[in-house]
Design a protein around this ligand. Structure first.
Ligand code: GDP
Ligand code: MG
Length: 170
């Protein structure tokens, strides 16, 4: 009977970002998957799930890994964005030309710089400055993380921090 009482809410979380920034790998990683992820490009949309416990409540995160939305009809894109509870905007820290997206002003949003393992101190000018990203996130009401889908989950990768913070905001 106690299992009937335990609540189990599911939340849809969108992974958004340019092709190649690591959305698919990070989605696998956040759902306790392995790196490298399967090599094939994501077709359309795919989701993976991860359950976490927050204050004794089990919360299921449904991470929607999107790809090539720009090639789909508008109605299809709107379908992805329907009933979304949070958005993770992923960019590649080694690629300063990130595009912006104003999606989801009224739900928790997170700015996530991926591929931190590729940071080279001597090539700082070719990378996205972390302070700049933090300021950008702050001024847009987003929470900020820098991570790597490639290194094993640990304190540096912040993978568990991301999962728990997202779940805690839902
Ligand atoms: P997506 O198009 O945004 O889904 O990007 P993918 O997840 O397919 O990753 C694109 C490429 O970046 C692949 O070659 C991955 O192996 C690589 N990649 C993804 N995340 C990381 C990371 O954190 N560090 C490094 N070094 N490579 C990564
Ligand atoms: Mg992908």
């Amino acid at each position: 009977a106690s299992s009937l009482l335990s609540r189990h809410r599911t939340f849809k979380v969108l992974m958004i970002g340019d092709s190649g920034v690591g959305k698919t790998c990070l989605t696998h990683r956040l759902c306790a998957g392995q790196f490298p992820c399967r090599a094939e490009a994501t077709i359309g949309v795919d989701f993976r799930e991860r359950t976490v416990e927050i204050d004794g409540e089990k919360i299921k995160l449904q991470l929607w890994d999107t790809a090539g939305q720009e090639r789909f009809r508008k109605s299809m894109v709107q379908h992805y964005y329907r009933n979304v509870h949070a958005v993770l905007f992923i960019y590649d820290v080694t690629c300063p030309e990130c595009r912006q997206n104003s999606l989801g002003q009224d739900i928790p949003r997170f700015l996530v710089g991926n591929k931190s393992d590729l940071r080279v101190p001597t090539r700082a000018d070719h990378q996205v400055n972390q302070q700049t990203a933090i300021s950008f996130a702050k001024s847009h009401g987003m929470m900020f993380f820098e991570t790597s889908a490639k290194i094993p989950p640990n304190r540096l990768s912040k993978i568990e921090d991301i999962v728990l913070t997202v779940a805690g905001k839902l």
